[in-house]
Design a protein around this ligand. Structure first.
Ligand SMILES: [Fe+2]
Ligand SMILES: [Fe+2]
Length: 268
């Protein structure tokens, strides 16, 4: 089974590029399931129900969020009703949303995704390790293919989660920092790992925001609105090859698709 996982989709440029590029890429690669982190999809912070629908219609089966989950509060009814989208599992029990999202892959295999937030240089949250243990126990044997979105600032937090969950989940994939790392590997027991898959959005930017806003504000301390940039949209993520029966990952590879790369793919 082949799963594509996309990193933080940023703003309308990110959503628009997903809509154009994902169907073409999926036709080439025959993904069985597509997962994406969409915490920055609407205006760079949060996710509206409309953008969620657009991403689902573009071919994304499961959606995770992160620290910006409730920035667009009209997503809350969707978080209650829709089993394809989840909250960070180490948020308080009373925070809206479910602990995991679930879908059936093209080949008939059930796949779950769990979202966890790191605790270094981030707002205090519950222990992500114990939250992961709790959700895995709740999933039990009915779902063998489990992907974890480790949404954290520090690479150490991500490695610790990879080692905590190795041999117990199919993949631990990092998001939040928006910069892809080159450390993809399969850990002992068949757990694919990477510190960060990178963002899906405008790369002519500072992590997705306009350079001409962020840079002067950083130097002068005069505030400005950090609007989403537009130039050089790219799709970034990782492809995991796994055994549907055992849930073990056999391989992980990075994906970075820009306009030129998209144009070079066979178009239907
Ligand atoms: Fe993000
Ligand atoms: Fe984030």
């Amino acid at each position: 089974m082949r799963i594509l996982f996309l990193g933080d989709i940023v703003g309308q440029p990110g959503v628009a590029f997903v809509k154009r590029a994902l169907p073409v890429l999926t036709a080439c690669e025959a993904f069985d399931l597509v997962i994406a982190n969409a915490e920055n999809a609407s205006g760079g912070s949060g996710l509206t129900p409309g953008a969620y629908r657009q991403l689902r219609d573009a071919g994304i089966d499961l959606v995770t969020l992160g620290d910006h989950i409730y920035k667009k509060q009209d997503i809350i009814p969707v978080l209650h009703q829709d089993e394809r989208i989840c909250k960070p599992a180490n948020f308080p029990a009373d925070a809206p949303g479910r602990d995991f999202a679930l879908a059936t892959a093209r080949d008939g295999t059930p796949v779950a995704v769990i979202s966890l937030l790191g605790r270094t240089f981030m707002r205090p949250v519950d222990c992500p390790f114990r939250a992961a243990d709790r959700v895995l126990q709740a999933l039990g044997d009915r779902v063998r293919c489990v992907v974890v979105d480790m949404h954290a600032e520090a690479t150490g937090d991500k490695y610790l989660m990879g080692h905590h969950l190795k041999g117990r989940v199919s993949a631990v994939l990092g998001t939040h920092t928006h910069v892809p790392t080159a450390d993809e590997q399969v850990l002992a027991g068949g757990t694919a790992f990477i510190s960060d898959v990178g963002m899906t959005g405008p790369y002519d930017s500072v992590l997705g925001r306009r350079v001409d806003r962020v840079l002067p504000t950083t130097i002068t301390f005069v505030p400005s609105s950090f609007e989403v940039a537009t130039g050089d949209p790219r799709l970034a993520g990782a492809v995991i090859e796994l055994d549907a029966q055992t849930g073990r990952a056999a391989a992980i590879r990075r994906v970075m698709l820009d306009e030129a790369g998209l144009a070079a793919l066979p178009q239907r």
